[in-house]
Design a protein around this ligand. Structure first.
Ligand SMILES: NC(=O)c1ccc[n+]([C@@H]2O[C@H](COP(=O)([O-])OP(=O)(O)OC[C@H]3O[C@@H](n4cnc5c(N)ncnc54)[C@H](OP(=O)(O)O)[C@@H]3O)[C@@H](O)[C@H]2O)c1
Length: 248
């Protein structure tokens, strides 16, 4: 099993890509921290709760810890990391997956919504890295995976979301350089177009879904990145699409 006994935090794992990565990690015997805001059906406009993901993991015989946490709240992020360390004593993998998407133009987006995007998509991943670092440095091992998108490089129609993902990709590359000496890898993974609950809700009704992936197709690439034991593969901005072709 590729992730036996590793402790992995997957943000935004109540549904979509985060849920699929959490299940993929549990199948490889990681202890998975399932983290998002939704605990009960109906709390969100979208289906999926942290406890439903946890139930699916346990049904597979996996180990997990569901934690409710709102990434816009610093104190909840800190409490979540403390709970993980109290329970498992270590943190090996952090997947910064949770994000919101904004389809509106700059002219049509309020300051408030732009602030929210930066808070969830950029500020929270940076702060979470900061909080897990002392544990990974102490262990002299760790893998951080920041989920980004092609909008970081081609922001057509998604200017503000693309700006956030571009920031996360540059952060990934800078942090990888800072952490190489501590044997911690940091990579950005672009999942490609994935038919998730979030995508189904936010894209227009007439969207042609041909060629969109299922969330489970993202898991193998995310498992590979979580299983890294040295920093021979770090600071990379890679796409699921190319896994097994141009990388590793
Ligand atoms: N789907 C695609 O085609 C696609 C393409 C390129 C990149 N991506 C990237 O892949 C990642 C996942 O996308 P997805 O399509 O799976 O999204 P999704 O279906 O909308 O799921 C988003 C997840 O983020 C969580 N989340 C949102 N706001 C949060 C907050 N304030 N605090 C904690 N958790 C929060 C949600 O949980 P709660 O609502 O329960 O909190 C949910 O679990 C994102 O980074 C996205 O940018 C997706």
């Amino acid at each position: 099993m590729k992730l036996r006994d590793k402790v992995a935090i997957v943000t935004g794992s109540s549904r979509g890509i985060g849920k699929a990565i959490a299940i993929g990690y549990a199948r490889e015997e990681a202890k998975v921290v399932v983290m998002a805001r939704t605990e009960e059906p109906g709390q969100s406009r979208l289906p999926g709760t942290i406890h439903q993901t946890a139930e699916e993991i346990r049904a597979l015989g996996g180990e997990c810890l569901p934690i409710r946490c709102d990434l816009t709240r610093d104190e909840e992020i800190e409490a979540m990391v403390n709970t993980v360390v109290e329970r498992y004593g270590r943190i090996d993998v952090l997947v910064n997956n949770a994000a919101i998407i904004l389809h509106s133009s700059v002219a049509d987006t309020s300051f408030k919504l732009w602030d929210l995007l930066i808070k969830i998509n950029v500020r929270a991943p940076v702060n979470l890295c900061k909080l897990v670092l002392p544990h990974m440095v102490k262990q002299r091992n760790g893998s951080i995976i920041n989920i980004t998108s092609e909008s970081a490089r081609d922001p057509a129609g998604l200017t503000l979301y693309g700006a956030g993902d571009a920031a996360l990709e540059r952060f990934t590359q800078g942090l990888a350089l800072e952490l190489k000496e501590h044997n911690i890898s940091v990579n950005a993974l672009d999942p490609g177009r994935v038919k998730t609950e979030g995508a189904l809700y936010t894209y227009p009704e007439d969207t042609d879904w041909t060629g969109w992936k299922e969330p489970s197709e993202v898991a193998p690439a995310a498992v590979f990145l979580a299983s890294l034991v040295d920093t021979n593969f770090t600071g990379r901005v890679i796409a699921v699409e190319d896994f097994g072709k141009t990388w590793p």
